[in-house]
Design a protein around this ligand. Structure first.
Ligand SMILES: C[S@@+](CC[C@H](N)C(=O)[O-])C[C@H]1O[C@@H](n2cnc3c(N)ncnc32)[C@H](O)[C@@H]1O
Ligand code: SF4
Ligand code: SF4
Length: 455
C-alpha cells in the first residue's frame, strides 16, 4: 500500500488538516492523527487506522494498493485530456516594431528592428496556413489574435483591414492585444467588422503618473491619455475591453487609485469591461528589471488589500496568474475538475504564432529567435516535426522533477520558454514559486476552508 504523491496538505486549524487530492479533485479534512499515519505510510508500510477510514481514503484516491493502481488513475486522466475540446489560436504579429518602450517589455530590442514587418502578400500565406491547420484540427475552436510589437501601428492599417476581411469570410473571431495608443485610428475597421471582434486587451498600469513612468515612448512621452480615450471609444462601440495591469513593486501600491479612476469613468459599470491583474514576468530569470516582484509576494499583497477593500476583489481578476487558476477551480467548483497536465497553450500546440520574420512559433515569448521556431509559413506552411513534438508534447508526466511533485497537477509544469532559456532543456522546469503562490491563496481563503471543514 502506498500514499499518492498527488496530495497537497494545508493545516487549517489545530484539529484539522485539509487534504487536496490533485489527482482526483477530492477535498477532505482529516485529523492530525490520520495525517500523521498517512505521512509515515511509505516508510512504515502499514496504516494503523480503522477499516472504514482506510476504505474511504482508498476510494478517494489518497492511498493505492500498488504503483499499477495509481498508474491506472493517471492513464484515465491522460485519456480524458485527449478527449477534451481544444482551441486553436492563430496569433498574428504584423510587426515586431512598437511605438512604445515599456520599461519591462519582454520583447526588448526586438521592437527596435525596423525590418521586422509583414508585407500585404503575407496575409495570403498566413490564411493558406490557417486553412491547412483548420482542416487538420477540424474539431478545435478557432480564434485569431493580433499581437506584436504593436499590431495597431498606423502603417499596418492595410494589412489589418485585410486580415479582418479574410477572418470574416471564414467566421473566425479576432481579438487584439494592443498598447491602445492608436485604437481610435482603427475605429472604422472595428466598426465595420464588429461582428467578429472578440475583445481588445489594453494594458493600463496604474493612475496617470504611474502608468506614464512605465508605458512611454522612446522620448519619454506617456501613453495614459491616449489609452483613456481608446477605452472610452471601444466601450462606445460595445467592444469587450480586457484592461490588463502588469503589477510589480512600482505600481502595486496604486491599485486602489486605479480602481477609483475606473469607477469615476463609469467603466466598472459596463458589462463590456473587465480588468485582469498580471505579474510582470521575468521568464529568463535575469532579475535585470529593478521592480520585479515574485508572484507569491504579489498574490499575498493583493489578498491583503482585497480584505481591506472588498470592492477591489470585485473588479480586479487574477485569471492571468496561471498557478492560481487551477487551485481556484478545484476549490470552488462543485463538479470534479480535470487535473492540469500542461502549464499553457504552447504545450498543447493550441497557439500558432506567425511572426513578421516568416517563422512560426509555439509561444509569443520565443518570437524573433528562429532557433525556437516550430516552422515557417513563407511561401507555404512547413512545420518542424521535432520542434512541434517538443513543445506540444510537454506535460508534467514527461518531466522527472514534476513527476515527484505534489502540486504538479495544479501547476502544470511551469513555463516551457523559461525552462528552455534558464535550463537549456524544455523538460527541466523552473518552478517560479508555484508552491508559495498556491499557499498564499490558501491563506487568503482560510476562513472559507475552516467553514468547509466544520460543515
Ligand atoms: C509584448 S505586448 C505586445 C502587444 C502590444 N504592444 C501591447 O503592449 O499590448 C503583449 C502583452 O505582453 C505584456 N507584457 C510585456 N512585457 C511583459 C512582462 N515582462 N511581463 C508581463 N507581461 C508583459 C503587455 O502588457 C501586453 O499585454
Ligand atoms: S507596447 Fe507592447 S510591445 Fe511595445 S514596448 Fe510596450 S509591452 Fe512591449
Ligand atoms: S514546475 Fe516545479 S512546482 Fe511546477 S509541477 Fe514541476 S516541479 Fe512542481
Amino acid at each position: 500500500m502506498r500514499v499518492s504523491k498527488r496530495v497537497l496538505s494545508y493545516r487549517i486549524s489545530e484539529e484539522s488538516i485539509l487534504l487536496i487530492n490533485t489527482l482526483t479533485g477530492a477535498l477532505d479534512v482529516v485529523s492530525p492523527d490520520i495525517y500523521h499515519e498517512l505521512s509515515k505510510l511509505d516508510t512504515s508500510g502499514h496504516l494503523t487506522i480503522d477499516d472504514f477510514t482506510r476504505e474511504r481514503l482508498k476510494r478517494r484516491g489518497y492511498i493505492f494498493d500498488s504503483i499499477e493502481n495509481e498508474a491506472q488513475w493517471i492513464q484515465r486522466i491522460k485519456d480524458a485530456h485527449t478527449k477534451t475540446a481544444k482551441r486553436l489560436t492563430f496569433v498574428v504579429c504584423p510587426t515586431y516594431k512598437c511605438n512604445l518602450r515599456c520599461t519591462y517589455c519582454f520583447e526588448g530590442d526586438l521592437t527596435n528592428d525596423s525590418r521586422n514587418s509583414m508585407g500585404i502578400e503575407d496575409v495570403e500565406m498566413i490564411f493558406s496556413a490557417i486553412d491547412k491547420l483548420s482542416d487538420e484540427y477540424k474539431e478545435r475552436r478557432r480564434t485569431i489574435e493580433l499581437f506584436g510589437g504593436e499590431p495597431l501601428l498606423p502603417a499596418n492599417k492595410k494589412i489589418i483591414g485585410l486580415l479582418f476581411k479574410e477572418a470574416q469570410k471564414r467566421s473566425i473571431p479576432v481579438s487584439i492585444v494592443t498598447n491602445g495608443v492608436f485604437v481610435t485610428d482603427y475605429a472604422d475597421i472595428l466598426e465595420r467588422y464588429n461582428d467578429i471582434v472578440g475583445s481588445v486587451q489594453v494594458t493600463i498600469d496604474g493612475p496617470r503618473d504611474i502608468h506614464d513612468l512605465r508605458r512611454k515612448s522612446g522620448s519619454g512621452k506617456g501613453s495614459f491619455d491616449k489609452i483613456r480615450t481608446a477605452i472610452d471609444r471601444l466601450l462606445e462601440l460595445r467592444i469587450k475591453v480586457h484592461a490588463r495591469t502588469n503589477v510589480d513593486v512600482q505600481n502595486i501600491g496604486h491599485l486602489h487609485e486605479l480602481l477609483s479612476f475606473f469607477t469615476a469613468k463609469g467603466w466598472v459599470d459596463s458589462p463590456q469591461f473587465v480588468c485582469n491583474l498580471a505579474p510582470v514576468e521575468d521568464h529568463g530569470c535575469t532579475r535585470a528589471y529593478e521592480f520585479y516582484m515574485p508572484q507569491n509576494l504579489l498574490v499575498a499583497k493583493f489578498y491583503e488589500e482585497f480584505k481591506e477593500h472588498p470592492e477591489m476583489a470585485k473588479v480586479f481578476q487574477l485569471n492571468l496568474f496561471r498557478t492560481l487558476r487551477h487551485i481556484n477551480s478545484v476549490l470552488s467548483k462543485s463538479r470534479p475538475v480535470l487535473p492540469l497536465l500542461h502549464y499553457c497553450e504552447a504545450n498543447n500546440f493550441e497557439h500558432v504564432v506567425f511572426g513578421p520574420d516568416g517563422y512560426v512559433y509555439a509561444c509569443t515569448e520565443s518570437m524573433g529567435d528562429r532557433k525556437k521556431a516550430v516552422g515557417e509559413f513563407r511561401p507555404q506552411l512547413k512545420l518542424y516535426e521535432d520542434a512541434v513534438k517538443m513543445w506540444g508534447g510537454r506535460n508534467v508526466f514527461r518531466m522527472k522533477k514534476c513527476r515527484e511533485c505534489d502540486i504538479a497537477l495544479l501547476c502544470g509544469g511551469g513555463c516551457a520558454y523559461s525552462a528552455l532559456v534558464v535550463n537549456g532543456d524544455i523538460n527541466e522546469p523552473v518552478c517560479n514559486n508555484a508552491r508559495e503562490t498556491i499557499f498564499a491563496y490558501l491563506d487568503y481563503i482560510q476562513a472559507e476552508l475552516v467553514d468547509k471543514a466544520s460543515a
